[in-house]
Ligand binder design. Sequence first.
Ligand SMILES: Nc1nc2c(ncn2[C@@H]2O[C@H](COP(=O)(O)OP(=O)(O)OP(=O)(O)O)[C@@H](O)[C@H]2O)c(=O)[nH]1
Ligand SMILES: [Mg+2]
Length: 449
Amino acid sequence: MLKTTTTARYLFLVVFIIIGLHSILSFTHEDYGRVTSFKNIAAHLPWSEPSLDPVPAEYFDHASDLPAAHPGSLMSRRANASILMLARNSDVNDAVRSVRRLEDRFNKKFGYPWVFLNEEPFSEEFKTRISNVINGEVSFGQIPHEHWYQPDWVDEDKAKASRDQMVADNIIYGGSVSYRNMCRFNSGFFYRHPLLQQYKWYWRVEPDVHFHCDIDFDPFLYMEDHNKTYAFTITMYEFRATIPTLWDTVKDFTKKHPEYIAPNNAMGYMSDDGGDSYNLCHFWSNFEIASMDFWRDEAYTKFFEHLDRTGGFYYERWGDAPVHSIAVSLFANKDQIHFFDEIGYEHNPYIHCPRGEGSWARGKCDCDVKRNFVALTRWSTRHRWRWGSGNVEGDIAEIVEEGKAQVTSNKGNTVTRNAREGDPAVKITRKGNDVVKLAHELNEVKEAE
Ligand SMILES: Nc1nc2c(ncn2[C@@H]2O[C@H](COP(=O)(O)OP(=O)(O)OP(=O)(O)O)[C@@H](O)[C@H]2O)c(=O)[nH]1
Ligand SMILES: [Mg+2]
């Protein structure tokens, strides 16, 4: 008992010293403060403005003229686009739900063709139930064996040892080979599938996602007209343990091929130290609207080959989200990356609910704006936060992406939160007691308030 108390006191002292040091350094040492303060990182993002552009009104006017009963029939302009879902036969219930939601909110007016891919043949049940909720064209394809399964040149003993270690370390999907197959396929193969060859654009949709608002404009046409390459709705932090050597592998590539780096790239989004280290930011790729020409081009083709050759998709657990995000941020100009505020989207447990002037009402959105995910502030210069239903506000002092975040109250009590994957613990300073929250619990306070 005595021992526990002594240990606890000792731990408390160490934490107190660390917090104290952090505060002193933050105030006295400009660089330290800059690197660790989320507020400053957000405020210094030079490329935040262009991607916040709203979709212009004329795109909506056009959509309201469309006859809902005849998808696409009177459309004067149309993009060369498809809506893509990768799914297993066992995903059928969730897949039907996603399709129904996107058809209702968007595609019954626009009639873009759906493409479903699976490494196994789709079952009759899957095809029948999906086709039943789609008015327009739909096709079902099987993924070529060599685009999906772990290649023979990957050392399975080494891969297994790494999987076992990740299971022991409790890393999500750490023991799964099929998850790795999926991440590698989404990184480097989907756009090569024969069914997708005819299309330039795709909208990636997963089973059981939600579309919370009417999408009365054509995002593909908007992107085409505005020279966009890649669009997202939610951004996230990657779990570092899944990508220990990814950034070094990326740096290796850029050293060899500086010619592929876009002059006006978005490195500032991914790195807070000019490219030395990766800050784990990525676009949450379960939602993507993007040009497949970008993935098919020489820069990305060589980049993917370079990554794949290391075996990192299997020896570690590289996700397609950081791989896509890093590539887009390096090889595209920053104003080719677009944030679609107008598209209300949810993939459990995170949500993007439109915040732009009038967007929520115009889209007849059924989501709660207060539930928006915190990482989006990387695109925002606003920086006051609220939590719970109260009116208490504070500034973000520190984001803890892995492990524990701890603050000490005025009375000397310590409050701790454990960061979760994609949901960092956030220390907040305010008059009175400091607090620590999980990112998803925080709501942004608009400047006008
Ligand atoms: N055909 C097939 N599709 C898969 C497989 N594993 C995952 N997928 C699909 O790949 C996409 C991503 O997989 P998810 O299991 O949703 O992965 P995640 O989004 O990282 O994790 P969750 O939070 O569990 O949704 C979804 O469209 C899945 O349907 C698989 O083994 N075979
Ligand atoms: Mg998913």
